[in-house]
Design a protein. Structure first.
Length: 258
């Protein structure tokens, strides 16, 4: 089993308060191969983001096991990258200095961090905007900075929680294309939470469907599309339509059954 990048085995997560107990996830099992791009889709409140918090060690499981590359996750992990819906950049720091904040926190060697930042800036199309402050950048560019920051320390696993949800449709499409390209170049294992079925299918090798709360795995779809994907032509592929329709129908049926 040590061959998996992410293992979530028979995991249940319960939240307890003075007023009530809530089961967010129930008996969830999912495995992600190294270098794989896996998206998680499901209705709001089904526990998608909870799965990322489990994988990063920010949240303990009430029952079951979570492992990264065969090692039990018993607390916050330093070997992951995390990208949130909001870029969360420091307004007084330039794009480059926001990226290098990761290096400061991790005490990375300055020369190594600077070289890696330059590499990522070029890879994400931020060349020429290194000295720009966050308010001088578009929403898409701010998310590129956040992505660079998350990748600076070369994490073997990248967790992304609805990172493009606040962007306009055209920018979101462009970011999907960029993310797919960057994933291919870095070989990082990616676990993405999204509400967009089309986004999930376009980006992923596999899509995991989560039912309404308490979240369980309602099904898994293997995406049989070419590795090289151009946005428009890929959307027109019969396999794309088949996968998106299957996910939509399956999630609708699972939600209705709750």
């Amino acid at each position: 089993m040590a061959g998996y990048a992410v293992e979530i085995d028979d995991v249940t997560v319960r939240f307890r308060s003075k007023k009530r107990d809530v089961t967010a996830l129930a008996d969830v099992t999912m495995h992600v191969e190294p270098g794989e791009f896996v998206s998680i889709v499901g209705p709001s409140g089904c526990g998608k983001s909870t799965l990322l918090k489990l994988s990063s060690g920010l949240l303990p499981a009430s029952k079951g096991d979570v492992r990264l590359f065969g090692e039990p996750v018993n607390g916050p992990r330093k070997d992951i990258g995390y990208v949130f819906q909001k870029a969360a950049l420091l307004e007084w720091r330039s794009a480059r200095k926001n990226i290098l904040l990761q290096a400061e926190m991790r005490k990375m060697p300055a020369k190594e961090a600077a070289a890696r930042a330059d590499e990522l800036i070029e890879m994400t199309g931020l060349t020429g905007f290194e000295d720009a402050l966050p308010h001088e950048l578009s929403g898409g560019m701010q998310q590129r900075v956040a992505l660079c920051r998350a990748l600076l320390h070369r994490p073997p696993v990248l967790l992304m929680d609805e990172p493009f949800g606040a962007l306009d449709a055209l920018t979101r499409e462009q970011m999907n294309v960029e993310l797919r390209r960057i994933w291919q170049e870095t070989g990082t294992t990616v676990l993405l939470v999204t509400h967009s079925i089309a986004e999930a299918v376009y980006l992923s090798d596999q899509v995991v469907m989560i039912s309404a709360r308490p979240g369980t795995v309602a099904g898994v779809v293997d995406v049989n599309l070419p590795v090289e994907r151009d946005y428009g032509p890929t959307m027109a592929e019969p396999e794309f339509a088949k996968a998106t329709r299957h996910i939509r129908d399956h999630l609708g049926a699972a939600t209705a059954a709750e």
